[in-house]
Design a binder for this molecule. Sequence first.
Ligand code: ITT
Length: 199
Amino acid sequence: PRIVLATRNRGKVDELRAILAGLDVAGLPDDAPEVPETEPTFEGNALLKARAIAAHTGLPAVADDSGLCVDELNGMPGVLSARWSGRFGDAAPGGKDRANLDLLLDQIADAPDERRGAYFLCSAVLVVPGGAEHAVEGRMYGRLLRAPRGDGGFGYDPLFVPDGETRTTAEMPAAEKNAISHRGKAFRALAEIIPAALA
Ligand code: ITT
């Protein structure tokens, strides 16, 4: 059965295609509606995106909402991670990921080691048109460096070192990041329930 991925983020599409290998995964159609993320929770926003795309395409839709929760910032930027800097896509020099990364560096510049803990959270959902909704969650715990390292991944990866690692997630091959990441965990859990959910 065919499912559609409700995301415009290229970094995510590449990760999700690898994790959901074996399923027939379609990309977001060009005429898909833009869905504002207005909910206060990751799961609420993931459901908003998947419901809109399931209704638009008539296909089962998979979406995620994810972000970085930083100890020093009492859980911020959290659900605001993608739009924290207020600079979007091409409007930001170096892209929005760069603007967000610079803001994070600035905000935690004075944080001592014991306040540099953080975790990524991913809520992954499946919405079947006119049918059931499923939601699962994955997390990856780690700590934030004082200067970025690595060109892989996307978003905040150059600052994030997972627990038990010395490399940032931007220094890991994609498959290694997926094996331990919030998104990898959430989507492997979702992939397990997709066959029964679509049967
Ligand atoms: P869609 O809504 O179209 O899926 P988005 O980029 O807006 O794309 P989110 O609202 O889920 O996605 O925001 C997630 C943000 O959190 C993302 O832009 C990064 O800044 C950060 N993020 C999430 N997962 C990450 C990861 O694996 N590595 C680095 N940063 C990540």
